[in-house]
Write a protein that binds this ligand. Structure first.
Ligand SMILES: [Zn+2]
Length: 423
């Protein structure tokens, strides 16, 4: 195992590299790098240079994913297996330097720390072309390509300029006909993603690393309360049908319920993040209010039961106030458990890196969620100072990155000893 000081040097290099990649942006004053935009080419070039020093062969697949292959000890061995490690290289507008990018740069540093040592399996580091859904309004274009989910429908989607995903791929100098070759084969035995937590849980628990055991399922619904618009001065309180006041009562009820969720729905989060009242005038009682509802939990039954209860509450409040309420489901995404074997392996590696393992659920979606459809997957979260992400102030600690690298090295050694993966 590496000296701790060496690993800290690697960690500093990881952070410096993330900052270097942050310079490749569509916006002059902030970070914004969407699917196959010109700065993505510079980003690929820079990473490929770092990878070239590691005997890694680099290619860009038909979906614009950067694929870097570190060979196995015996590359010609029959039944050679391959481990994938990666995350995404695209960003949101006004992004930080680490979301996604860290999960591409850090594995390269783990490979560097091997100092030329090869393992019984090959390791492929993937920089996904798209995860955030900024350009085309649909996320995970990169990882979908690896699991064979980048279909005609998705390729035909257009951005705000009317450019389709297919055209964007061509404009980048790639061939959409090669997307089929981006799909992973049966030689892949696992996918591992390092990612900043993007929340305050690890920091408040005083833990540098988190072991993700599941990615929460997610319900999104749209509700409309309808009452009667009327004069704010002449309509007595007891003769009103105020759609905004009814919605407000419902929002408070949602917050209370989520705060006091029972044992089987512990960790449930529920949010009304968007609200629109009509006509929206200071002296008019709102006749209509539209709201969003977002509910997340690792247990699909608990999530669905909670959503049912929120619907019941909305109907109950509406009935009592003489309002009408309609609702529709905008998204119902199942929870994705991480692979139990890999999660246990990650836990052991975290312990060996000198940290007490901390199991947690990811409230946000990640590439691992898509990869888990095809291949055993696991995620390691790094503590996010202040819980701040999707913001220029996003950061990560050198000591935490060093622990993550150390954890990655232990994990590779553990997997190398596992008979299943020796090839
Ligand atoms: Zn991310």
């Amino acid at each position: 195992m590496q000296e701790r000081r060496d690993i800290e040097d690697c960690a500093r290099e990881v952070i410096a590299r993330c900052k270097t990649l942050a310079r490749f942006s569509e916006d002059a004053a902030s970070i914004r790098r969407t699917f196959l935009s010109p700065p993505m080419r510079e980003c690929h070039r820079e990473i490929a240079e770092w990878a070239a020093a590691l005997e890694v062969t680099t290619r860009v697949d038909g979906a614009g994913n950067l694929r870097m292959l570190y060979p196995a000890a015996k590359p010609d061995a029959p039944r050679l297996r391959r481990l994938l490690m990666g995350s995404h290289l695209d960003t949101v507008p006004n992004a930080g330097a680490y979301d996604g990018i860290l999960g591409v740069v850090l594995p390269l540093s783990v490979l560097g720390a091997l100092q030329g040592r090869k393992l019984p399996f090959a390791i492929e580091v993937v920089g996904f072309s798209e995860e955030e859904g900024v350009r085309f309004g649909i996320p995970f274009i990169g990882s979908r390509a690896l699991v064979g989910g980048l279909d005609e429908d998705l390729l035909g989607r257009q951005d705000a300029q009317g450019i389709s995903v297919r055209k964007a791929i061509e404009n980048f100098g790639l061939n959409p006909a090669e997307i089929a070759q981006a799909v992973i084969g049966s030689d892949i035995f696992g996918y591992l993603e390092f990612h900043i937590e993007q929340g305050p849980v690890l920091e408040s628990a005083g833990r540098p690393l988190g072991v993700v055991e599941a990615i929460a399922g997610q319900s999104r619904l749209e509700f409309t309360f309808t009452g009667q618009s009327n004069h704010a001065g002449t309509t007595p309180m007891n003769l009103r049908r105020d759609a905004l006041a009814g919605a407000a009562e419902w929002i408070s009820a949602i917050e209370r319920r989520a705060q006091t969720a029972s044992q089987d729905a512990l960790g449930l989060v529920a949010t009304v993040g968007a609200i629109q009242a009509k006509p929206g005038a200071v002296n008019v009682i709102a006749g209509e209010t539209r709201l969003s509802l977002d509910v997340r939990h690792q247990n699909d039954n608990a999530r669905n039961a909670t959503v049912d209860y929120f619907v019941f509450q909305a109907e109950d409040i509406a009935k009592r106030r003489g309002l009408d309420v309609r609702w529709k489901i905008a998204m119902n995404q199942r929870a994705v458990p991480m692979d139990p074997f890999l999660v246990t392996q990650v836990e052991q590696a975290v312990s060996r890196a000198g940290c007490e393992p901390y199991r947690m659920v990811s409230g946000a979606g990640h590439d691992a969620m898509i990869m888990a459809e095809r291949v055993p997957s696991a995620m390691i979260f790094l503590r996010t100072p202040g819980g701040i992400s999707h913001h220029p102030a996003e950061s990560v600690g050198v000591g935490d990155v060093a622990k993550a690298i150390d954890c990655g090295l232990h994990l590779l050694d553990q997997l190398a000893l596992s008979p299943e993966y020796r090839g």
